[in-house]
Ligand binder design. Structure first.
Ligand code: BG6
Length: 492
């Protein structure tokens, strides 16, 4: 089966931080793959911008190398790489001074009527400055849009400052705040499963669902991003954005349409219905951990404090928390969220745990009856699994068995699962904001996160240690077992 390809309109994409890690690792490979599929019109251009001096030729050579490293061999077609490289240009620009802006304007001018997207793959401190320059130097057009990535602020106050600065130049309908989890195939599939099937929605509530688990486990450490991470920690790096976005998509009411504002209106209602976690209940609702040295896979890895070279660091690399949503649909249904670095494997799942049957007609010999589970696997292999009780096949007595109806997307469709950035960059060009966060959403997420961070800061309690290569501190297990539940064991 082949995916349906619809070409987008001509565009100029200007990538600030065009010679940086995100551009080489994610953005340029994603654009190449869309080019390979013929989705990008011939005249479209990608313009890398950074302070560093580089010619078009240098940029194309560096991108060729990045594609060699980050595009799978099966998708690597040297002739197509060459045509892709011809779209690329490079303009040295000093974001906080005047150098280079006129060159950028001159390059863009012939395409003034095209869609113009500014992707700010730079430190968030520069978002406001760059937007200010774009406005002052006359680079914005009615058809312009700007893309920014997390972290959008460090708390509610700083997030509002960033949003104000960007909002002084761009309208909200021109601002694309990326949360790359929303571009993941299974995450979008969650909406398809919920709202394109009659099967689940009638059961999607406190009457039929016992609890929900969302796990995003990583085996990697901080990967050279120690300076940022030690300041952020798992709460700000993963929970404020990716985990809360996943929770919103599981918990939201059916939107009136698949239209950006309808979807985002429903997500924000979930965020504002989250019961606060603060000094009064943080200790019972959250476990924070920090990894010590250990073994992940076959290799020994150092402790977090050594990795970031900060022996006194109190930053958490693991969080398990229990959230509750105060509305009619979810009253009494806990949402257990768990994320961490240096866990045994990379695995992300959303698990909907249905309630047990009210009464069993089977005798003891039939065996235990497990409650149904719907498992959405986000990574590494994307797919959906529905766990059901069936009769054990054979002529013997009635024995029951718990089996998964398992669908791996790669096997079922035989197509490569696109990277989140392929989808998201083209949505920016198409002008579709559905999978991007609106200002009020980001701020509502911070409004829920801030009291947690403040409670920790006041408690002065160090995160609980866990050896790298394990599933976090034992307290994370107690958090869920206290309520007679357990972490989904395919992950744990
Ligand atoms: C990023 C975080 O947003 O998401 C990283 O800053 C994390 O710390 C990454 O590793 C995880 O993304 P993915 O797509 O690999 O699950």
């Amino acid at each position: 089966m082949t995916a349906r390809i619809i070409a987008v309109e001509p565009f100029d994409l200007v990538v600030f931080g065009g010679a940086g890690d995100l551009a080489y690792r994610k953005l340029l490979p994603a654009l190449y793959l869309r080019h390979l599929d013929g989705q990008i019109p011939t005249v479209a251009r990608v313009i890398g911008v950074s302070r560093r001096g580089m010619s078009d030729g240098d940029y194309r050579a560096a991108t060729r190398k990045a594609l060699d490293e980050h595009v799978a061999k099966t998708d690597h077609d040297p002739a197509v790489v060459e045509t892709f490289l011809h779209r690329l240009h490079f303009v040295p620009v000093d974001a906080s001074a005047d150098a280079g802006w006129d060159d950028l304007r001159n390059l863009l001018e012939p395409g003034r009527d095209r869609i113009r997207a500014f992707y700010l793959a730079v430190a968030p401190e520069l978002f406001g400055t760059i937007c200010g320059k774009l406005g002052a130097k006359g680079l914005t057009t009615p058809n312009s849009r700007v893309v920014i990535e997390k972290p959008i602020g460090h708390d509610l106050k700083s997030a509002m400052e960033v949003n104000d600065a960007v909002g002084r130049v761009f309208d909200e309908r021109q601002i694309y705040r990326i949360d790359h989890y929303l571009g993941k195939e299974t995450v979008q599939n969650l909406m398809a499963l919920r709202f394109a099937n009659a099967l689940f929605e009638p059961l999607w509530n406190a009457t039929h669902i016992d609890h929900v688990q969302i796990t995003v486990a990583e085996s990697i450490g901080v990967e050279g991003r120690g300076a940022y991470y030690d300041h952020a920690g798992a709460l700000r790096d993963m929970v404020q954005n990716h985990m809360l976005q996943l929770l919103c998509l599981v918990a939201m009411e059916p939107p009136a349409h698949m239209d950006a504002d309808c979807v985002r209106d429903e997500k924000i209602k979930v965020l504002t219905s989250l019961a606060p976690i603060d000094d009064t209940n943080a200790a019972q609702s959250i476990v924070r951990g920090q990894y010590r040295g250990g073994n992940v896979g076959n290799g020994a890895v150092p402790a977090y404090t050594d990795e970031v070279d900060n022996p006194r660091s109190m930053t958490e690399t693991f969080i398990a928390l229990r959230a509750t949503i105060r509305n009619w649909r979810w009253a009494g249904v806990p949402f257990y969220l768990r994320t961490g670095k240096r866990l045994p494997i990379r695995a992300s799942e959303i698990i909907i745990n249905f309630r047990a049957i009210p009464h069993s007609i089977f005798d003891k010999a039939a065996g235990a009856i497990e409650a149904n589970q719907l498992v959405l696997r986000l990574q590494p292999d994307e797919g959906v699994k529905l766990c059901l009780m069936i009769k054990d096949p054979g002529p013997g007595g009635m024995r029951l068995r718990y089996v998964p109806l398992d669908m791996s997307f790669a096997e079922a469709f035989g197509v490569r699962t696109p990277d989140a950035y392929e989808r998201l960059i083209l949505d920016v060009i198409r002008g579709n904001q559905t999978l991007f966060m609106r200002r009020d959403e980001v701020e509502a997420a911070w409004a829920w996160i801030d009291p947690i961070a403040e409670a920790w800061a006041r408690s002065h309690e160090a995160p609980k240690p866990y050896p790298a290569g394990t599933w976090g501190p034992p307290q994370a297990v107690s958090l869920i077992e206290r309520a007679d539940r357990s972490w989904h064991d395919e992950v744990a």
